[in-house]
Structure formats: structure tokens, C-alpha cells
Design a protein around this ligand. Sequence first.
Ligand code: AQP
Length: 329
Amino acid sequence: MDKKIVYSGIQPSGSLTIGNYIGALKNFIGLQDEYNCLYCIVDMHAITVEQDPKLLRKNTLDVLALYLAEGLDPDKSIIYIQSHVPQHAELGWMLNTIASMGQLQRMTQFKDKSKRSKEVMAGILNYPVLMAADILLYQTSYVPVGEDQRQHVELTRDLAQRFNSKYSDTFTIPDILTPKVGARIRSLQDPESKMSKSDSDENSYILILDDENAIRRKFKRAVTDSLNNFDYNDEQKALKNLINIYVSFTGESVEEVVNRYRGQGYGKFKADLADVVIEGLRPLQTRFKEIRSDKEYLEKIYTEGAEKASYLANKTLRKVYKKIGFIAK
Ligand code: AQP
């Protein structure tokens, strides 16, 4: 039997944070043997908020190099850039015709992002429909993403079911795959919001490519609480978040970490956490530098990836067009 399909993507909307790493990237690697995986750099999603073209180009290649540096293997997985496969936009349009405005306006990410914009563009509203197209184009069974994307995957399931019942079985209904710990890494400055690469406060996030000094400084400045009680609970959200980051990097259990630091001040823990993250990111940062400087290699990967992805995407799109009633050329 054919292996099931895994699909995920990351926006090149800034430099990636350890939230993106723990919630998504880190989990991509282990899926490559068991499933047929597609990993995309979703540049069309990134332009739903303002981007500097030069920076967008740089960030797109950075994400590609990070994918490869982390261990995505182009012989096992299809690695490509979303705008190279126009079928995403085509299926996105079809799905827009069955997605309701009310449904899209209820999306938390839409509400958050539109609050932050002076003028709300239609692209932000339609973002989850394009995401549904990304996933459904490849008959995806599993979508490894962070908790913030759950609502979008649920919308994807809903659109797939709606299309299937209107036109007969066409799309596989996908399931979300989130990590047990670290599915929602929070801002280091405000534990009520998630860590985000587009946050205007650089102390709120650790970037995968941050240097040692920046990592130490940001953890030192991370907010905690005044209880001075080393414990893991929902009343101490900021500390809980730091412990989640720690265990995501070391693979230890929360209990082990809490037992080790109980009775000590937060300062020592924060300093050790910085060491753990610096050491954890070091091999990735080293490989990233080597790969990022090889432009020809990167071009080869994204060109071949787009060819393979287009082939699969076309198969689904042809079916969709036929069912809708478009005339085949
Ligand atoms: N804080 C987070 N904790 C756990 N997982 C996270 N992800 C993002 N932030 C966290 C996961 O990373 C993957 C890629 O996300 P994305 O770039 O497609 O968009 P996003 O979810 O909107 O991430 P950002 O960093 O907040 O980007 P901006 O600031 O551009 O909107 C997804 O799997 C996501 O769940």
C-alpha cells in the first residue's frame, strides 16, 4: 500500500523563531521514513502581511536552507516554494467559492492580524482557504503544525467534506499532528500571546539563528513572576513556557527538570536554559551556514521539488475541474 501523505509549510515572513522550530520544523524530520512528505516554503501566505521584496527573497532561501540543515532529505521528501506551483492559487480560488465569509471571519488569526493592521486586506481573510488548498492538493493525511494552526486545519477538513458531499469523494480528510510538549511556545515578554516571528519586540522571541549573546540576553530579560516558586502550573505561565522550551530541547520530562531546580531562584534556571538552547541550536546553525552559501544547490532543490509537487498537484486539480464542470483542454 502507498505511504500516507504528510504536508506542512512555514512562512518566510521573518527569521524563524524557536516556536516555529519546536512546534513544527523539529518534528518534520522523523516523519520522512514512514510517510511521503511535502514541505513547502509558503511565500504566497507571507505576502498577506506587508513584506520587503528583498527581505522576502532572503527569508525564503533562509527557510529552505534551514529545512535542509535540520535534516529534510530531498531524496525522501518534496521540498519546494509555494509560488513555483501555481496550482495552489488555482485550488484556493475553487475553495473560496465554498468557504463562507462568516466562517473565515471567525478565525482567531484573522481577528488578531486584522486588529494589528491599519487597513484589513482580503488576503488575510482568505489565508486559511489558501492553506486548505495547500493541504488538499496533495491528498494529505497528516499536517504537522503548532497548536495555533488547529483552527485552520479544522476549516480545511470542513471545506474538504463540503466539496466531497457536493461533488462526490475527491479530497482526503486531513488530521492535525501537534507535538506533546511545545505545541504553543509563548512570547518571552507576554505569556498570554504566542511567540511570533513578526512580533515588534525582539525580546519576545529567540530566533533559530540568534547568536549566543542574544540568546543569553533574551532569556535573562524573559518575564517570570514574583512567587519565586519553581513549579510547573497554569498560574505561573511564563515559567511554564520556559520549562516547555527546556524539555523540548533536552528531551527530559517536566518532572525531572522541576525536581532539579526546585528551591532555587529563577536566575540559575534561565542561565542553564540559555546554555541548553545555544548547544541545541549549534549544529543546525553550523549546517545552515554551509548550505545557505551554496546558491546552486538550493536552486537545484527548489526546482526539482516544484516539478515533483506540480505533477501531484495537477492530478488533484484535473479531478476538481472535471467535477466542477469545467471543459478540459
Ligand atoms: N509559538 C509557537 N509555538 C509552536 N508552534 C508555532 N508555530 C508558529 N509559532 C509557534 C508553528 O510554526 C509553523 C510555521 O508557522 P508559520 O510561519 O506558517 O506561521 P505562524 O503560525 O503565523 O507563525 P509566526 O511565527 O507567528 O509567523 P507570523 O509572525 O508571520 O504570523 C506552524 O506549524 C505553526 O503552527
